[in-house]
Design a protein around this ligand. Structure first.
Ligand code: GAP
Length: 501
């Protein structure tokens, strides 16, 4: 069987330091991954780029960035609904004892979409359609709900807290302080980037389904009667967005309709301009990250998958080599969260908006960091363009911006190359660079291309005479002669080059 793209990405990730299972030298539980040296740089670049695009450069309203605790008290998650309703259906095999997530098992065995069905309905499907253990064909039994939060006992108290299952809750908890402390006026957003934890039954596909993962979330607060939407809506109103409608899904179809963000609101498909604004921004964001719009779609969740309080959920799905998968959840949460936390805490979370007391409504885009990194890796991976694999990462995401090579391992060339390397490392611009003098230049290009290094800089005999070097571009393999004194600016400007703007 030909090697699958997922296998190639995982092998590359392991070999070159993007990611690897946590505690892999032990028999460790699945669903935990560490980012290696290159993966950590990619994540930090992605997070900075996201903060730039969705927080710092947001001109439609103010967005405040916070950094909250990973551990939240029982009462918070009781009020939010997570304690009572945050579970997946599971069953175990009578013969081999393996445990399965029942909805996934049915989807894989029968190709049926069953999200939102009750445990009893799922058990019924398994029994009537003869779904069995995929490992040993044993009978499935012991159907029950599996709670997804990790319980903690803080200071010895039983069940007094949980690891947070999403970053969003800290934002609602800080809402009042931010409103007053930052003198925030509606509409405004609060963003957070950080770890979330879910005790998944069946973590799988390397970093796609994890038990510990990172989210980048915004809660955008607005007055429910604000139909004008964000200030910059007109700028994105003509952005084409692809929506997989509920009707299409009910007919078993996979074809999204394509329409302008403004029309999606006018036609009542997307519930308001704030949500449509984010859908349009996401199309642009992922285009800049090398994921073209034709490989994305917004799936309008079916009523049975949508929480009762929601005014509409649109999952941004990306086409991976193994199929479509959600990477961003977009939800119109109305006033649900602030209302339940007002009730749960006894603290009135309504605010005065131009003389009117109200609980603002909320639109929430929620990005999964690891899934996005994986999507970028798959979309950048090229075979056949060179004699070796090439990772055409977006320049801004590449972990390393330049590699410094002496043409040969000769003292006069290596010492000059090291001077160039250390000068770049010491620069206030703190450009991630590395030095490599092992093997032929061809092999060094191959090693650099495989991890997406933007530029390769070679110090040769001409350098010793005129202080110029060759600069090779990763994507075109073209070379240019450049003065050493111009290198720092050249590499720095190149790393912010965005394609598809
Ligand atoms: N606050 C809303 C929320 O958490 P979600 O759809 O459950 O929404 C948002 O999660 C994003 O977080 C997903 O689109 C996905 O990218 C990421 N995510 C969720 N569960 C994950 C898991 N088990 N492993 C990796 N990423 C996950």
């Amino acid at each position: 069987m030909p090697e699958q793209l997922t296998d190639k990405i995982v092998q590359l990730a392991l070999r070159r330091g993007f990611f690897n299972p946590t505690a892999e030298i032990y028999r460790a539980p699945a669903g935990f991954y560490d980012l290696g040296p290159l993966g950590a740089l990619v994540k930090s670049n992605l997070v900075s780029f996201w903060i730039d695009e969705f927080v710092r450069r947001e001109t439609s309203y103010e967005v405040f960035l916070i950094d909250g605790s990973l551990i939240l008290p029982y009462d918070v998650l009781k009020a939010s609904g997570h304690v009572d309703k945050f579970s997946d259906p599971k069953a175990s095999c009578k013969s081999c004892g393996r445990i399965y997530r029942v909805d996934q098992l049915i989807e894989e065995a029968l190709g049926l979409k069953v999200e939102g069905k009750s445990l009893e309905e799922l058990e019924q499907i398994v029994k009537t359609r003869g779904v069995r253990c995929p490992h040993c064909r044993g009978e499935l039994s012991d159907f029950r709900e599996h709670h997804l939060m990790f319980k903690l006992s803080v200071g010895g108290a039983e069940e007094s807290a949980f690891l947070r299952p999403e970053t969003a809750q800290n934002i609602f908890l800080n809402f009042k302080r931010i409103t007053y402390g930052m003198r925030a006026k509606l509409p405004f957003g609060v963003a957070q980037v950080g770890k979330s934890f879910r005790n998944e039954i069946a973590p799988r596909q390397s970093v796609i389904r994890l038990r510990e993962f990172s989210q980048m979330e915004i809660e955008l607060f607005f007055a429910p009667n604000d139909e004008r939407g964000p200030r910059g809506f007109e700028e994105v109103a003509d952005t084409e967005i692809r929506i997989l409608t509920r009707e299409e899904q009910l007919h078993g179809g996979e074809e999204p309709i394509e329409l302008k963000a403004g029309d999606a609101v006018a036609e009542g498909i997307v519930p308001n301009r704030f949500l449509a604004y984010y859908l349009a921004k996401e199309v642009r964001f992922f285009k800049l990250l090398g994921i073209p719009p034709e490989n994305t779609r917004f799936r309008h969740l079916l009523p049975e998958e949508t929480p009762h309080y929601s005014g509409g959920n649109f999952d941004l799905e990306v086409k991976f080599s193994f199929g479509w998968k959600e990477i961003v959840g977009n939800a119109y949460r109305r006033d649900y969260d602030l209302t339940v936390h007002s009730r749960g805490s006894g603290e009135d979370l309504s605010i005065d908006n131009n003389g009117v007391k109200m609980i603002p409504h909320v639109v929430e885009p929620s990005f999964g960091v690891e899934r996005i990194i994986y999507a970028i890796l798959e979309h950048s991976y090229r075979e056949g363009e060179r004699d070796w694999p090439l990772l055409k990462l977006p320049r801004i995401i590449s972990p390393i911006k330049a590699a410094i090579f002496p043409l040969l391992d000769r003292e006069n060339l290596t010492s000059k190359a090291l001077d160039v390397y250390y000068a770049l490392k010491r620069s206030r611009k703190a450009i991630p660079v590395y030095y490599d003098d092992r093997g032929s230049i061809g092999r060094r290009y191959a090693r650099a291309d495989e991890v997406g290094v933007n530029l390769c800089i070679t110090i040769d005999y001409q350098t010793l005479q005129d202080d110029t070097v060759t600069v090779r571009d990763r994507d075109t393999a073209e070379q240019a002669r450049v003065k050493i004194s111009d290198l720092e600016d050249l590499i720095y400007n190149d790393m912010f080059r965005l394609e598809g703007v």
